[in-house]
Every structure is written in structure tokens, then in C-alpha cells.
Design a protein around this ligand. Structure first.
Ligand code: GLC
Length: 448
């Protein structure tokens, strides 16, 4: 079957529900599979890292309409592919990216090795839709990995099994052989990624769960996602990525690599995306969002939607208080450069991190209270992050078994008065003396 255009797919969309197999899949039990989960000690670096840089870069950066532009604008596949001839990566300098990430205080990076448009930044033997056969004429992932490794940055690979070039993705039952080919592609390419670049620290799946399958060619909307089916109605056809098989392969190739839950298998950690910050403490989790709010891939109007330092630090405090990680995204421009306005903001975050990093890195989440802020914990300290000073200057915290030695503002080292009893801890006279976004009080404990 010939893959032609997405328009063709849309035209056929009305037929599909008739052809869906009625076969119900008993998938859930399989997908739980705890045996593949990494042991605690291998998750520790990630728990402690707290802050990573997400990078969306690919052919979609050229039109500058976001990484979904091929889908939204129903681009003819062959036309879209021509962007590869312009993808020169002239200013691509992953060493610079790592420097930016490092200065921001990031401990890991995650780059889109391939997004839903199917174009690979790496050298793939599965076809020629890759950077080596683009104007860049080289394996951009190899350079990314080298740069990350020498900067001692942990390395993450984003990979999307969905590929919009395949009608079988939208209609797996009607175009079964196309779907199978796309599936084969995923297995081959993930194997390449996990074999050819040495140790990989994170496999960041996207779109590999059943909800995204058989979505037809309908418009995407935020509320309904892009389901042709009713919301929350699982795909019931008999095509499957076999997520557990994928996860087993990945685990075998990279025994210590963290895998997120967007590949179908439950994964080592959960993702919460864009505004939906509902972290759970019982699973390891990461929150991802954009530094400029108008999308993941580059757009020229980025700067207008750039988050302020205050907005970012408020997110950060909430996330770490709830024991999660923050993966903050930038979309480099078509040439591969991260724009100066974004770099500047990242540097500001870095200044905060280098001053107050001990209250973030390596901590565990404590409590979070919308009215004032949250706490992070270490073995011998409680860090109180006050974002909004209560009008009476009083903050009540849960009791702790250890005796408090001192309570001091991290900025200026001034003492904070407190009362400790068996029920709780009360901080008194809390004030913002230095016009800080996050007033951090370090409560030093004496371990019993
Ligand atoms: C969504 C989007 C995608 C983006 C990702 C980042 O899954 O489809 O464009 O890469 O979120 O979390």
C-alpha cells in the first residue's frame, strides 16, 4: 500500500470504525510488569538530579510552527521531506548546549532523536530519512552524546514510535502492513539508539501507548486529545506495539537506563505535562514544560511567551516539594542555536541554583501548601521555601522526630524564631527582607 498524504488519510477516516477489529486486548496485566523496573539504587541519580533540559529540534524547526506542524497543516509528506535539504545544522554546537544546560544547573538533557514527523537526528539504517542524508550530512546524535558525556551530563533520548508518514498509525486495522512496518521501524531504530552510542541514561518515549493508536485523521484538540474514539476509550484493535517486548529489549541493551511510561509499559517514572501538575509521591515522576509557552519546537514568537524567573521558580518549588523532577524545554532555532533570550533566562535559573542548590538537589519532597509554598528534606535539614509570606508571618510545619538546632534564612543567614513541640513546628516573624522570589529558611536538625 502506498503512503501518500495525510489528506488521503483524512478522507478515509469515516470508513474506519467499520473495520476496527472487535478483539478486546487484555493488555493491562501485561503492561504492569514490575519485573522490569529498575532497582532503587539505579533511580537514585535521577531522584537527586531534580532539573533537566529538554530539547525539541528537528525538521519542524524550519517552518517554525511547532513540532506538530506537519500534522496540523496536513503537509504533503513528500513536500515536508524536502525540509531535510535545508536542515544544515549550521549553528548546531552541542558543546554550547551542554554549557547552557550546565550553567542553568541542569543535571541531565533529553533530546528528540526523532519526533512524530519521523525524521531522525541519528544515523538509521531503516530508510534514509535522517540527518546523515540531510543538508547536515552527519549523525547529530553522535555529537550530542559526545558533548553530553564530556560535560558529565546524563543523557536522555526522546523517541516517538508514532510516525505520521504511516497511514497505519492512524488506521492500524485498515492499513495493517503499514502499521507493522512502522512497528518494525521502532524496534530497529530504538535498537540502533541503544546500541550505537554507549551508555544511555533515559529513554523518553512519547506516544507509544494505545491511546494514541488508531486516532484517525481528526483534528487534535486539547480537551479531546486527538482521539477519533471517545475520550478514555481504549484502542481495541489487534495491532500492538508490544510495549513489554520493547521494554525488555531496551532493558537488555541498557540495563541501568530509566524508561518513562509513554511507551505503553508502566515505566520507571511518570510524566506530567504542561500545567497538569498533580505529582504523586508513590511513583518517581517528572514534570515537563516549556520555557516559552507556545510549543515545544521552535517558533519565532518564542520570546513573547517566555516564562519569567518567578514563574519558573514557583514551578520548581512546587515540583521538588512534591518530590518530582523538572524537565524544562527549549526549542533551538532551525540552525540549532538556542536563542539569547532563552539562554539569559536559563542563566538566571542557574544563579538561583548555584546559590540555593543544597535546598533542591538531593532533597526529598516534604509538604506543599498552595497558600505559602513547600518544603524539601535531607537527613539533617528541612528547607522551607516560602513563595508567599503569610500576613501574620507564621508558618506551621508537621512535627519532626529530630531536635531543631537552628532556623536561618539562607539569604543573609539571619535567625528565624521557632517553636518546636511534639505536634508541630511553628516559624514566626517570617518576612521577605531581600525581595526574594523564594524565601528559603534552612532548619538545621540534630539527628537523634
Ligand atoms: C506531547 C506532544 C509532543 C511533545 C511532548 C512533550 O506528547 O505530542 O509534541 O514532544 O508532548 O512532552
Amino acid at each position: 500500500m502506498k503512503q501518500k498524504t495525510l489528506l488521503f488519510i483524512v478522507a478515509l477516516m469515516s470508513l474506519t470504525h467499520l473495520t476496527y477489529s472487535q478483539a478486546q486486548y487484555q493488555r493491562s496485566a501485561v503492561l504492569e510488569a514490575d519485573s522490569l523496573l529498575l532497582p532503587q539504587q539505579d533511580l537514585q541519580w535521577f531522584r537527586d538530579a531534580k532539573f533537566g533540559l529538554f530539547i525539541h529540534w528537528g525538521l519542524y524547526s524550519i517552518p517554525g510552527k511547532g513540532e506538530w506542524s506537519m500534522f496540523y497543516y496536513r503537509n504533503d509528506i513528500d513536500e515536508y521531506k524536502k525540509l531535510a535539504n535545508e536542515f544544515s545544522a549550521k549553528k548546531y554546537d552541542p558543546k554550547k548546549w551542554m554549557e547552557i544546560a550546565k550553567n542553568a544547573g541542569c543535571k541531565y538533557v533529553v533530546l528528540t532523536t526523532r519526533h512524530h514527523d519521523g525524521f531522525c537526528l541519528f544515523d538509521t539504517k531503516f530508510g534514509d530519512y535522517d540527518a546523515v542524508n540531510s543538508a547536515a550530512k552527519r549523525d547529530l546524535i553522535a555529537e550530542y552524546v559526545d558533548a553530553a558525556r564530556s560535560a558529565q551530563m546524563k543523557i536522555g533520548f526522546y523517541y516517538s514510535p508514532p510516525d505520521w508518514r504511516y497511514p497505519g498509525y492512524f488506521f492500524p486495522n485498515m492499513y495493517r502492513s503499514s502499521a507493522e512496518k512502522m512497528k518494525e521501524q521502532t524496534y530497529v531504530q530504538v535498537k540502533e539508539l541503544l546500541t550505537n552510542y554507549g551508555e544511555v541514561d533515559i529513554l523518553w518515549w512519547d506516544g507509544g501507548s494505545d491511546e494514541w493508536l488508531g486516532a484517525g485523521g481528526l483534528e487534535y484538540s486539547w480537551e479531546k486529545a486527538w482521539h477519533k474514539r471517545e475520550n478514555d476509550t481504549p484502542y481495541t484493535g489487534d495491532f500492538s506495539w508490544e510495549p513489554l517486548k520493547l521494554a525488555k529489549m531496551a532493558r537488555k541493551l541498557q540495563p541501568k537506563m530509566l524508561i518513562n511510561e509513554r511507551g505503553g509499559w508502566k515505566g520507571d517514572f511518570d510524566i506530567h505535562e504542561e500545567r497538569f501538575l498533580t505529582g504523586k509521591m508513590d511513583r518517581l515522576w517528572e514534570y515537563c514544560d516549556n520555557l516559552a509557552l507556545n510549543g515545544w519546537g521552535w517558533r519565532p514568537i518564542d520570546k513573547e511567551t517566555l516564562l519569567s524567573l518567578e514563574e519558573i521558580l514557583r514551578y520548581l518549588v512546587k515540583i521538588v516539594s512534591l518530590d518530582g523532577n523538572f524537565l524544562l524545554n527549549v526549542g533551538p532555532d532551525p540552525q540549532g542555536e538556542i536563542e539569547p533570550e532563552l539562554v539569559e533566562r536559563l542563566e538566571e535559573i542557574g544563579e538561583f541554583m548555584s546559590k540555593y542548590g543544597e535546598s533542591i538537589y538531593g532533597t526529598r519532597g516534604g509538604i506543599y501548601d498552595e497558600t505559602w509554598g513547600g518544603t524539601t528534606l535531607t537527613d539533617d535539614a528541612i528547607y522551607v521555601h516560602v513563595l508567599d509570606i503569610p500576613s501574620d508571618g507564621v508558618i506551621k510545619l508537621p512535627a519532626t522526630g529530630e531536635k531543631i538546632k537552628t532556623a536561618r534564612y539562607m539569604n543573609g543567614n539571619e535567625k528565624v524564631s521557632f517553636i518546636q513541640n511534639t505536634h508541630d513546628i511553628t516559624l514566626k516573624g517570617v518576612a521577605n527582607k531581600h525581595n526574594d522570589i523564594d524565601v528559603i529558611i534552612k532548619i538545621q536538625l540534630t539527628p537523634r
